[in-house]
Ligand binder design. Structure first.
Ligand SMILES: Nc1ncnc2c1ncn2[C@@H]1O[C@H](COP(=O)(O)OP(=O)(O)OP(=O)(O)O)[C@@H](O)[C@H]1O
Length: 336
């Protein structure tokens, strides 16, 4: 019997990612029990045979839904049946202490748990089951957020030891692969809850785009994200290099030298300077960077701009620096 194309597509993605590993290495697969990550587990177990890798499966129970522990137990059973050498369930307490929202808090807790298990088992790689459709949704959500190229550049294929082998594989393929392999995937009720913007993009926006613009829009968006990410990465690298050259005495940057750089680099350099000076990245918005940039390109005597993390950007003696804001009795708006 010939190999089903959907199974072949999932396996190919995994094979490419596992290629650098050596016999005896451990790969950790993160599985929610949904079709994407279940297909990922099956493909990983299959592809790990020939190089003789150890496959460990892990599922994280966020405890956010009724029956989540039963669902986690079911996923662990399935991973063992598929052939994982070892399986783990990790229960995490999701607390939104940082005020980042429940979804982001759950994600943060999940990655912390995955990191712990990866350390524990000595994993060379950790695999995640995001698909091409997830990527397309991410691009559209980023486009709507409007926070620059990086937000439209989608998810990385690789970061630290994490890999996303299915970014070229459609959700239809992962679902079909599960069917063909007799895997009963879990339907997360969150995935059909229109309260989530991502679900609305998936169920309402993308189908309209597919209808109006033709099938293949998800693939096109994902491909665009790949190109954009490569461009963003290059600009970030150039800005890092320029920042290293421009920064004097560890903190000040000559305004004239900085002004000679094009917008895309200058603003990145200023962002790097703000981060290096202690502005929290989660609170440093594009408006802050633009205000800092005005000290360089539109300087009309203004002396500072307020920045998050009790910092301020200052222009003094032809140089820009980011300093700790003095406490007490300081006007919050800069004098103009
Ligand atoms: N509860 C879980 N336990 C283990 N792995 C999970 C869990 N939930 C998600 N994952 C991993 O993350 C992948 C993406 O899942 P999903 O799209 O639901 O999460 P997300 O929150 O959008 O993703 P991310 O936060 O990782 O960008 C899954 O294919 C799986 O590999």
């Amino acid at each position: 019997m010939s190999l089903h194309p959907s199974v072949a597509a999932v396996r190919l993605g995994v094979r490419r990612v596992l290629a650098p590993l050596a016999s005896g290495d451990t790969v950790l697969v993160a599985c929610s029990g949904g079709a994407d990550s279940l297909a990922l587990v099956a493909a990983t177990v299959f592809e790990a045979r020939r190089p003789s890798l150890r496959v460990v499966g892990v599922t994280v129970d966020h405890g956010l839904q009724d029956g989540s522990s039963e669902q986690a137990a079911r996923t662990v059973r399935q991973m063992a049946e598929i052939g994982c050498d070892e399986t783990f369930t990790v229960t995490v307490a999701v607390e939104d202490a940082a005020g980042i929202g429940p979804e982001a808090a759950a994600r943060r807790a999940r990655y912390a748990a995955l990191d712990q298990v990866a350390d524990h088992v000595g994993a060379a790689l950790v695999l995640l089951g995001h698909t091409r459709d997830d990527q397309a949704e991410t691009v559209l959500l980023g486009l709507a957020r409007g926070s620059g190229g990086r937000s439209m550049a989608g998810m990385r294929r690789a970061f630290d030891r994490y890999r996303r082998p299915l970014l070229d594989v459609s959700r239809l393929d992962t679902a079909t692969a599960c069917q063909v392999e007799g895997l009963d995937a879990w339907d997360d009720p969150h995935n059909s809850d229109p309260g989530y913007a991502r679900v609305r993009v998936r169920t309402r926006v993308l189908p309209v785009l597919e209808d109006e613009l033709g099938p293949g829009v998800a693939a096109t968006l994902a491909r665009t994200a790949d190109q954009l990410r490569a461009d963003m990465d290059l600009l970030d690298d150039l800005a890092e290099a320029a920042y290293g050259t421009l920064v004097e005495g560890g903190s000040t940057i000559d305004a004239t030298a900085l002004a000679a750089h094009p917008d895309a680099l200058r603003r990145r350099i200023l962002r790097l300077a703000a981060l290096a000076a202690g502005c929290p990245s989660s609170e440093l918005f594009h408006e802050h960077v633009l205000a800092l940039d005005a000290l360089v390109t539109d300087w009309r005597g203004q002396r500072w701009v307020d920045l998050p993390g009790h910092r301020r950007g200052v222009r003094r003696d032809g140089a820009v620096s980011i300093e700790r804001a003095p406490t007490g009795g300081v006007p919050s708006a800069p004098p103009d």
